[in-house]
Each structure stands twice: as C-alpha cells, then as structure tokens.
Design a protein around this ligand. Structure first.
Ligand code: FES
Length: 105
C-alpha cells in the first residue's frame, strides 16, 4: 500500500499506509489525522479537507479541475499548492506523497 505522509497544522508528521483507490482525504480520516475534517464526505463541496501539496510532489499530483477550483475558493489561506484531498486518488505513483494539512475550520 502506498504511504502518504500528512503533516498536521501543528507540524506533526503522520506516516500512513493508504489503500490504492481511496482518496488522500479518506486515508487521513481512517488514520485520525488532525485537521482533515471533510464535512461533506468527499463531495467536493466543503473545502474542509484542504491541504498543501509538498513542493516536491506538485507536478506529479497535478492541479485541481474546474469544480475543485471553485470549491477551493471557499478555503482559508488558499495557495498555489492548495488541493482538496478528497479529489486526489491514492495510486502507486503517489507512494511517499507529502501533504501539509491546512488550517481547516
Ligand atoms: S471533503 Fe468536502 S471538499 Fe473534500
């Protein structure tokens, strides 16, 4: 299983094994990573699964589609590396992915 590394808003690292096909958000929720609230359950409607993709991974992960881009407009402190983690599917290519959880509330 790919390993996803979540850095929570307090700076703590959580290295989690996440099944292929789940979203990065689902992996965080299953592992109790603080800061990924995911109120809408992955529907791309709430922005409370917002995280910053680590610079080293931005190219591989890619950017948001139009719908995600619109929902990201609701997020606190949006940056160039912002993504909604419910919209990133875990694949073998993302083994070792690092995401920095945003201040979601
Ligand atoms: S869980 Fe609501 S937008 Fe991702």
């Amino acid at each position: 299983m790919p390993k996803i590394i979540y850095v929570d808003p307090a700076g703590a690292r959580h290295e989690c094994e996440v099944k292929n096909g789940l979203s990065v958000m689902e992996g965080a929720v299953q592992n109790g990573v603080p800061g990924i609230i995911a109120i809408c359950g992955g529907g791309c409607a709430c922005s409370t699964c917002h995280a910053y993709v680590d610079e080293a991974w931005v190219e591989r992960v890619g950017g948001p589609n139009t719908m995600e881009d619109a929902t990201l407009g609701l997020a606190n402190d949006r940056r160039a590396t912002s993504r909604l983690t419910c919209q990133i599917e875990v694949t073998p290519e993302l083994d070792g992915l690092v995401v920095h959880v945003a201040q979601n509330d």
